[in-house]
Write a protein that binds this ligand. Structure first.
Ligand SMILES: [Zn+2]
Length: 321
């Protein structure tokens, strides 16, 4: 069984589109990663191509079943190779393919993942096809941000925005789909902050262990001597691939501390599992100091994105918080 959690506005939109029968040539799904854009792209493709007369998708006709199993002959995925989608990829997978009639469907669907990573040439090469695909052609571009997309591409798409869900939606998702007990599901939903992808990460034992170690390092760093802080570089070295997650965890941790310092209210703390440490730190640090730490984390993020030497940037950060 395929269950939907949240996405109500988007589902209403899809239903309106199907009822009226005005399916656009191209849609652009925009929203941060982890909000279910690809899931909903497949779901929309399933609705569009479902052969059932009643509620669509029926999840039982041959078309629905083929999409569910990832074997539909008329649904195509294009994704970045390395950090970009090149013009050649678009030519080979989209332009040379779209004029071949669909095998057995109303729509031949092209789902372009992380479309903002298309090179400028790739985007220019797809413009004409986006504007005037064959009648059976349907594009769904997904992107975490508009930045990187040419205005000429954006203007040819109907934009569908994905936003974070309520905690209760994520909580239900965790309980029903991942078999997490109610108390834990509530705690994780709070930390995931409306993002399914984050919730998935948080129940991953390896990620959870990494996050726990980081919390401990942050807490200890505030009180210990510089020599001990430098030892912590080892953690950052071992978890280099997760540095974006590490930055986000640190920001969230110190924002919690600052907010608790200002409000004294538990309800505003996102990292509920770290609440004891956060309360202690909020007592030990001034608001000025906390703001300063948050600024240092933002600087570190900026430095790492500007190709500064990783070790130097991290050690400088550890010495200065
Ligand atoms: Zn169906």
């Amino acid at each position: 069984m395929l269950n939907l959690y949240g996405h109500e506005n988007i589902l209403n939109l899809f239903n309106r589109i199907l009822t009226v029968g005005n399916i656009a040539n191209a849609y652009l799904f925009v929203g941060e990663n982890g909000l279910g854009k690809i899931f909903m792209a497949k779901y929309f493709a399933m609705m569009v191509n479902c052969t059932h007369k009643g509620k669509r998708p029926c999840l039982s006709c041959p078309s629905c079943l083929q999409i569910l199993s990832g074997n539909h002959p008329d649904i195509f995925f294009v994704e970045p190779e390395g950090n970009s989608i090149k013009a050649d990829t678009i030519r080979n997978n989209v332009i040379d393919n779209i004029y071949v009639k669909p095998y057995n469907s109303l729509k031949k669907v092209f789902i372009i993942k992380e479309a903002e990573k298309m090179t400028e040439q790739a985007q220019n090469s797809i413009l004409k096809t986006l504007e005037e695909p064959p009648l059976y052609g349907l594009f769904i571009l997904t992107a975490s941000k508009m930045e990187g997309l040419l205005p000429t591409v954006v203007s040819r798409c109907e934009i569908v925005r994905f936003t974070r869900e309520n905690d209760s939606v994520i909580e239900n998702y965790l309980r029903n789909e991942k078999n997490i007990d109610s108390i834990k599901a509530k705690e994780i939903a709070s930390i995931a902050f409306g993002n399914y992808g984050k919730a998935d990460l948080l129940i991953d034992p390896e990620f959870s262990e990494m996050r726990y170690s980081l919390g401990k390092i942050l807490f200890d760093s505030i009180n210990d001597e510089k020599a001990i802080r430098l030892d912590n570089y080892k953690f950052f070295d071992e978890n280099k691939d997760s540095i974006d997650d590490i930055i986000n965890i640190m920001l969230s941790y110190f924002r919690d501390t600052l907010v608790y310092k200002m409000t004294g209210d538990d309800a505003f703390i996102i990292n509920k599992d770290m609440i004891d440490d956060i309360k202690i730190l909020s007592g030990n640090l001034t608001g000025f100091k906390l703001n300063n730490i948050i600024k240092k984390i933002e600087d570190l993020n900026f430095n790492l994105k500007s190709n500064v030497n990783y070790q130097l940037a991290i050690e400088d950060f550890l010495l200065n918080i």
